[in-house]
Design a protein around this ligand. Structure first.
Ligand code: ADP
Ligand code: MG
Length: 321
C-alpha cells in the first residue's frame, strides 16, 4: 500500500527544483520573486461530477487541472512560474497517479511551470491547483481596463467544447470522429499563455479574460468591471472545426455562450490592430476581431448585417443549474 509520503515522493516530487529556492518536502516552499515584478496568483478547483465525469482519463485530467489555471495567468498576461496541487483521492491507485502526473507534468514542462508543494488527502476526487506567475507592474490585462472604441478580439476558436458536452449528454448526435475531435477541445484545452504574455508585455491589449463559462457571460465581466457596453458580431465568432459544420443556430448559440473553451477574449484600441495580428502570428495563435467596446451600457448581439439578434443565452453558472 502506498503511503501518503510515498505517493508524493513517487509521483509528484521531481529532481531539484529549478525555479523555487525550496520545493516539495518542507512545511512551505520558498520562492524568490524576480526583483521589481508582481506575483500573479490564481486557484481553480476541479470536482468530479461537476467539472469532469467520473472515470475521466487521468492523463487528460492532469492536463486540464493545470491548463485551466495557466489560462488564468494567460488572461492576466503573466509568465507562469510555479504551482501547488491539493488533491483529494478516493484511493492511491498507481495507474491513475501515473497517468495524472504524466499529463500534469507534460503541460507544466511546456510552460516552465514547476510543482512546488501541495496537500494530499483521502476523499472524493477533487483537484485544486494554485498557480504563481509574474508580470511587470502596470502591464496586467485587467478586467476593468476596457475603453470605449476598443476592438474586441477572440483567440482560437469557440464552441467545440460545448458541442462535445452536448454529444456526451445525448442532446445532439455526433459521430465517433466528431465526438472525439470536439472532445479534445473539452478535455485538453490549450491555455493561451504566449499570446497573453505578448499582449501584456508589449502593451497591446487593454482588458482580457479567459472564456471558461461562455463568451457572453465572460465578456459581461469585462463590461461590468470597466463600466462599458459592447456590440458583438455573433456571426464573426470563430467556430471550432466540428461546430463549423453545424447549422447557423447552433453555431451562434455555442460560439456565443458555450463554456470550457479557455480562449482569451481581450480588448485593444483600433490603432493596435496590426500589433494584435503580429502577436497572434508570433505566438502561432489565431486572433479574430468580433466587436467593439462602447460607452453605452449593455451587450448588443448583432448578425453579419449588423441587425440585432435575440439569442436567449445564459452563460454557465454552477449555482444556477
Ligand atoms: P504538512 O503536514 O506540513 O501540510 P504534508 O505532509 O501535507 O505537509 O506535505 C509534505 C510535503 O509534500 C509538503 O512540502 C507539501 O507541500 C508536499 N505535498 C503534499 N501533497 C502534495 C501534492 N499533491 N503535490 C505536491 N506536493 C505535495
Ligand atoms: Mg499538508
Amino acid at each position: 500500500m502506498l503511503s501518503e509520503f510515498g505517493l508524493i515522493r513517487q509521483y509528484f516530487e521531481r529532481a531539484k527544483p529549478q525555479r523555487a529556492v525550496l520545493g516539495i518536502g518542507d512545511d512551505c516552499a520558498l520562492l524568490a520573486p524576480t526583483p521589481g515584478m508582481l506575483t500573479a496568483i490564481s486557484s481553480d478547483m476541479l470536482v468530479e461530477g461537476r467539472h469532469f465525469f467520473a472515470g475521466e482519463d487521468p492523463r487528460r485530467l492532469g492536463h486540464k487541472s493545470l491548463a485551466v489555471n495557466l489560462s488564468d495567468l494567460a488572461a492576466m498576461g503573466a509568465r507562469p512560474v510555479a504551482f501547488t496541487l491539493a488533491l483529494a483521492l478516493p484511493e492511491a491507485n498507481r495507474e491513475w497517479l501515473e497517468g495524472f502526473s504524466a499529463g500534469l507534468f507534460e503541460l507544466a514542462d511546456l510552460h516552465g511551470c514547476e510543482l512546488i508543494g501541495g496537500d494530499t488527502t483521502k476523499g472524493p476526487l477533487n483537484i485544486c491547483v494554485t498557480v504563481f506567475g509574474e508580470l511587470e507592474p502596470g502591464r496586467a490585462l485587467r478586467r476593468d481596463a476596457a475603453r470605449a472604441g476598443d476592438d474586441i478580439w477572440i483567440s482560437g476558436t469557440l464552441g467545440d467544447a460545448r458541442l462535445a458536452l452536448a454529444g456526451y449528454r445525448g442532446e445532439y448526435a455526433l459521430d465517433a470522429a466528431q465526438q472525439q475531435a470536439a472532445g479534445r477541445r473539452m478535455h485538453l484545452p490549450t491555455p493561451r499563455v504566449q499570446l497573453g504574455m505578448a499582449l501584456a508585455q508589449q502593451g497591446i491589449a487593454h482588458a482580457a479574460i479567459d472564456i471558461s463559462d461562455g463568451l457572453v457571460g465572460d465578456l459581461g465581466h469585462i463590461l461590468e468591471r470597466s463600466g462599458m457596453g459592447a456590440t458583438l458580431d455573433v456571426d464573426a465568432l470563430p467556430a471550432g472545426p466540428v461546430l463549423a459544420t453545424r447549422d447557423m443556430a447552433m453555431r451562434r448559440a455555442f460560439t456565443a455562450a458555450g463554456g470550457d473553451d479557455y480562449e482569451l477574449c481581450f480588448t485593444a484600441p483600433a490603432s493596435a490592430r496590426d500589433a494584435v495580428l503580429a502577436a497572434g502570428l508570433a505566438t502561432d495563435t489565431a486572433v479574430t476581431r468580433v466587436g467593439r467596446i462602447e460607452a453605452e451600457a449593455g451587450l448588443r448581439l448583432v448578425d453579419a448585417q449588423g441587425s440585432p439578434l435575440d439569442l436567449a443565452l445564459a452563460s454557465f453558472d454552477h449555482f444556477a443549474s
